[in-house]
Design a protein around this ligand. Sequence first.
Ligand code: UD1
Length: 358
Amino acid sequence: MKIVSIIGARPQFIKCAPVSRALRKDHQEILVHTGQHYDENMSGIFFEELSIPTPDHHLGIGSGSHGAQTGRMLLAIEEVLLKEAPDMVLVYGDTNSTLAGALAAAKLHIPVAHVEAGLRSFDRSMPEEINRVLTDHASDLLFVPTENGVANLAREGIEKGVHRVGDVMVDALLFNRELAARSDILNRLDLKAGAYYLATVHRASNTDDEQHLRSIMAAFAGLDRPVIFPVHPRTRKFLEQYGILAERNVHLIEPLPYLDMLRLLNQAAAVLTDSGGVQKEAYILQVPCITLRENTEWVETVEDGWNVLAGADCGRIIAAVGQMTGDRRNQQKGHSAHYGDGTAADEIRRIISAFDKV
Ligand code: UD1
């Protein structure tokens, strides 16, 4: 089967690594990079360290407003699909690259497979929520990580083509865990295990809103340990624009490669984040997580006590960190294989192969 896989943003590179490795055992894969993320430390470095094949097509779309970015991708992806005439298009997650890929394929009547289908924050003000809903409704195969995801789809009337396969980020994490353990990032940053917090912030609701970003940075400054904060380019842009300076215990560093990030996360006292992927990685590594949002798609992490929603409020964030890092907290938490056992990519390959024979 000839499959076009569409990726473009940092988390999609991580997700595609295990799936691409699995798919290429049985199928021909054509990899398309939309160019949504283009900085070396947001893109190129992941291809190297995760051994992702070089994309066959690089569309070079870059940044822009949501409409312009998605529209330019739609045009360029359609051209590639007409040229390649694939049997299926595979898209990942919830970015503008995901939606553009799904829409371009569906309009050409090419079957669409969506990896990480069924997730909902129930917050339509998030661009990602619109991307998820529309992509799921345009998909023929829906690879869902969790039971909650299957239920979300059923509520929207989607039952055909739905497969709960687990989460491909677990595959990536387990595959790379030993390599990550060898990262010397703690030495390089002069950090001791358990003696720092890790932070990431990039959601539009936190970066584009000056009060939210100020309040989050004030919370970091009020914490009792150093805060290591790899800064996404959109966040750096807004910090500069609003003139927000980092206090002494807050260390702004460049975005990290995957293995360094895993190592830093694994050894942190807690992580503060608005990323979806980081919430899940923290759960798997059993690191307490404080989510800088009012909702999450990864509700299991909250239900089991490993994650708490603190929004962008300074006082709430500081209190949540205290609550999550207090004595003996870890013993009181539940932990299950909600996200699968690291075999999601092989399941996806098996189901795609069977789809071929229908
Ligand atoms: C995108 C996804 C988000 C995902 C995130 C992962 C959408 C709507 N959002 O958000 O779901 O969690 O990726 O990181 O698709 N920029 C650079 N260099 C880059 C990339 C971006 O400087 O390599 C800057 C540009 O100024 C750009 C801004 O970051 O305007 C935002 O980038 P964009 O691709 O629009 O969305 P993300 O915030 O990265």
